[in-house]
Every structure is written in structure tokens, then in C-alpha cells.
Design a binder for this molecule. Sequence first.
Ligand SMILES: C[S@@+](CC[C@H](N)C(=O)[O-])C[C@H]1O[C@@H](n2cnc3c(N)ncnc32)[C@H](O)[C@@H]1O
Length: 258
Amino acid sequence: MNVPNQQVYEDAHIVNIYANKTALFAPEETIFARLKPSVADQPVLDVGVGAGRTTPHVLTISKDYTGVDYAAEMVEHCQRRFPGVRFATCDARDMSAYRDGQFAWVLFSFNGIDYVSPTDRLKVLQEIRRILRPGGWLVFSTHNAEKAVYSAFHLSNIEFTPHPVRLGREVVKYFTGWGNHLRNRKQEVLGPDYCIRNDNAHNYRLLTYYISKASQVKQLETQGFTDAQIVDREGRWTDAATPDASSSWIYYVARKPA
Ligand SMILES: C[S@@+](CC[C@H](N)C(=O)[O-])C[C@H]1O[C@@H](n2cnc3c(N)ncnc32)[C@H](O)[C@@H]1O
């Protein structure tokens, strides 16, 4: 994946989009409620923290909190937004700043893991496994290959409005999306276990990893995690065998063996 996903997340306009997000998602509510008794007041690493949407929620579970992101602009925003809270610029592919077994819980929320190459994704999982203590928990979400995405050329990419200036902006955005897609689609991949799609996120500027539930569970097992559990977009516990063509992304909980 040569597309500069990281540059997109360093863009001040994109930082602002994440800065406006404050609420937990339904699957996070479900998982945090389940995990809280096991991880309360234990060291937690919030990887790909972005503009800090999850920070205040995780802090209610544990004050032993560190948020990291590979986009320095996101980290600077978090430092201004939450003075006194620990944040650092760190790439999940190399978390050598952290010790083996340092954390009871690692969170990689809102699909952050989908913005590295397929090979690097495995490195990220290895790094997370290394810094988790035995029995520690990994919580993350990833895009669902079972859900179809619509094309950049589809008119549903335009939000029709009677306001002429806004409509004009929408049309410009639509054709910018075409340009982004025509440039990035050459790097799309359709593999048996995963695919790389240039979807509509940030107007077709990103290349995003999609995987089926069964393949994700297998990948976690291969990377040395156990007890994988799955939560759909609505926050319901589900399993790999239940078809799900409606969740654009899905949450997983897994453990480092004790
Ligand atoms: C979709 S945003 C989600 C941000 C935040 N977690 C939230 O839920 O609002 C994904 C985040 O993951 C970060 N990210 C992606 N790959 C990363 C990596 N290899 N290391 C650290 N952060 C990464 C991006 O910079 C971005 O801030």
C-alpha cells in the first residue's frame, strides 16, 4: 500500500473531523461494560487515539492511560484537549517505546489497524501481543469484507440540497472524489482472505483493509491470540458463522494466552 494514509491523518482538516467526535460507538459500550471488571485501574494503551474520542471514556475505567497515534497532529490535538493526560507519537508497527507485558489492555478503535499494509498489520498484531501481559485484552475494529461498498461514481456521494452554494461544494467534492479514486484504485486488492478497497472514507483518499469475520478470527489465532469474540456495528455479540452484510465494520476482543 503506497497510498499516504498517514498523510491523510496528519491533515488539519481531517484532525478537525475527528475532533468533533465525542461519543462511544455501540460496540464499544458493549465491550467496555464487559471488560471493566477485569481491566479497571490497569495500564491501558489507546492506539490510533486520533483526536481523543475514546480518551475520557477509557479514563473512567483506568487512570493508568496512554494514548498514541502515528499522526503527530492528532497527538498535539489530544495534548491540547486533555492537559495532564499522557499521549505520545508512536507507530503501532514499532512500539519499542513500551516494555514486553506492560499493558493489561490495548485498544485500537475505529478501524485504525486498517490503514497499514497487510504485512504491517501482522507486525502491529505482534507488537500488541508483545506489550500485552499474559491474559491481557486486545480490543479493535476492522472493516467487514461481507459488506459491499458503493462506487466513487455513484450519485449517492452527492448530498443534494436546494442551497446553491452548498450544492456547488458537493459537486466539487464529488468530482474530487473521482480524481482521488482514479488515482488510488490501482492499488486495490481482492484477495481470498482480505481485500484492500479505496472506499468513500475521506472522499476516496484512503486505502482500507477489509476482512471477513472468519478470516479475522483465523488471523488472530495465527498471531497468537485466543478467545476471539465479535460484536457487530449495533453492539450485539455475534459469531463468525452469522452472515453480516450490514455492519461496515466490526469489533473484536481477543486475549494473549495467560
Ligand atoms: C479512523 S481514525 C480513528 C481515531 C480514533 N481512534 C477515533 O475513534 O476517533 C484511525 C486513527 O488511527 C491512526 N493510525 C493508523 N495507523 C496507525 C499506526 N500504524 N500507528 C498509530 N496510529 C495509527 C490514524 O492516525 C488515525 O488517527
